[in-house]
Design a protein around this ligand. Structure first.
Ligand SMILES: *Cc1c(COP(=O)(O)O)cnc(C)c1O
Length: 386
């Protein structure tokens, strides 16, 4: 087995001297996709690569997933579909957010399939089919509880009776879970039932309901195709149980300065953290401008309320963030770390190892999804090959 460059203490790959290094493990991405593919067989496993593949980079992500055997992709915007097509020209690509008025021709040019979610979108798609003389492929999104995008079951079924369904090529019938990560949420079984009623009205049209967490629901609502995103990138699709996925993202920062503070001194803007005893602190060149949520800062108030706030790992030891997170700086308490391991130039892990994506999200008052999609442009990026 190849040694992981991080685990083996490989060289700091920061060509411009960037103070933080984001490592993206494309082999883990491919392994995660294959794992889900095997789990859902004979259903097809697609990949959701919206928002720059959840922040890891749509180009390397799509090339890797295509290489692993993935053939169907979902993005949110038409522009993302264009980028995807340049990385994988033969990929089938669906645009989840549907179509803005007058954009149907651009979808045809890009060879992208809109996910039609309203009667207006359906009629614009039918018009472009009539203009081009082709029955063009598109997905139909039926509403089952999210109330975000999607035709009501009633108006979807009406497409059948009013003949509109025959005027384009419906290649996928889909809906989206509200709370699949909670296996006992009552809304989940209501959605599964509603989707079954919808499917009955579209015999022969492939169906898709499950996102990452939906794949792991006990009733296995995989149908013909599943649409994982988060789990591919190492997020835990089964919160509350061990994460079955391999981590893809590792973020570490170099310590730029170490300082001592006495009892009663405060740290950062608005003096929100007070040293309870003399403490040794380390400063990192990462801040909310890099996508680290400001809400993760360690304050006296959060400590009094027993709220878990953000931590970093230095030499494997958990070091709490202290004070407010600044735009470009974070201060951590390294008092518990042997001084030789917490010097200027030593590393602090912000995501990775014992500090997984889901914990980072929780401690910052958000979810791992937002941590991933916020990963900032100032990090030095290194891709470990698939
Ligand atoms: C984002 C999205 C997904 C992927 O969800 P994950 O929870 O990241 O697996 C699937 N389907 C739709 C409609 C989405 O918007």
């Amino acid at each position: 087995m190849k040694a992981h460059p991080i685990a083996s203490g490989g060289a700091w790959a920061a060509p411009q001297g960037e103070p933080a290094l984001l490592t993206i493990d494309l082999a883990a991405l491919a392994a995660n996709w294959r794992r889900l593919r095997d789990l859902v067989r004979p259903a097809e496993c697609a990949a959701v690569v919206k928002a720059d593949a959840y922040g890891i980079g749509i180009d390397p992500a799509v090339r890797t997933l295509w290489g692993a055997g993935c053939r169907t992709f979902f993005v949110a915007h038409l522009g993302e579909a264009e980028r995807l097509k340049s990385a994988a020209p033969d990929a089938v690509v669906y645009v989840l957010n549907g179509m803005l008025p007058g954009m149907a021709a651009a979808y045809v040019r890009t060879d992208a399939r809109p996910v039609l979610g309203s009667a207006e979108e359906v009629s614009e798609w039918i018009s472009i089919c009539a203009e081009t003389g082709r029955r063009l492929p598109a997905a139909l999104h039926v509403e089952t509880g999210m109330n975000r995008l999607g035709l009501t079951l009633e108006s979807a079924l009406a497409l059948q009776s009013n003949g509109q369904l025959a005027r384009f090529e419906p290649t996928l019938l889909m809906s989206h879970f509200v709370a699949a990560e909670d296996p006992v949420a009552p809304v989940t079984s209501r959605q599964i039932d509603a989707f079954d009623r919808a499917r009955a009205g579209f015999p022969g049209v492939p169906a898709s309901l499950a996102n990452s967490s939906g794949i792991f629901l006990p009733s296995r609502p995989h149908h013909d195709l599943v649409r994982p995103g988060y789990a591919l990138y190492g997020g835990n699709p089964t919160p509350g149980s061990a994460n079955p996925m391999r981590p893809v993202v590792h973020l570490e920062a170099l310590i730029v300065q170490v300082r001592e503070v006495g009892t009663g001194e405060t740290v950062g803007y608005n003096a929100r953290w007070t040293a309870p005893t003399p403490r040794r602190l380390a400063v990192l060149s990462v801040g909310y401008a890099d996508g680290y949520p400001r809400a993760g800062g360690g304050t006296d108030r959060a400590a009094a309320d027993g709220i878990d706030t953000a931590t970093a790992l230095v030499a494997g030891i958990r070091c709490p963030f202290v004070g407010r997170i600044s735009m470009d700086l974070i201060v951590i308490d390294v008092t518990e770390v042997p001084p030789a391991r917490a010097r200027r130039g030593e590393r602090a892990v912000l995501i990775g190892g014992a500090l997984d994506l889901d914990e980072v999200g929780r401690r910052a008052g958000t979810i791992g999804y937002e941590i991933l999609t916020g990963l900032g442009p100032r990090y030095s990026r290194r891709y470990l090959p698939a």
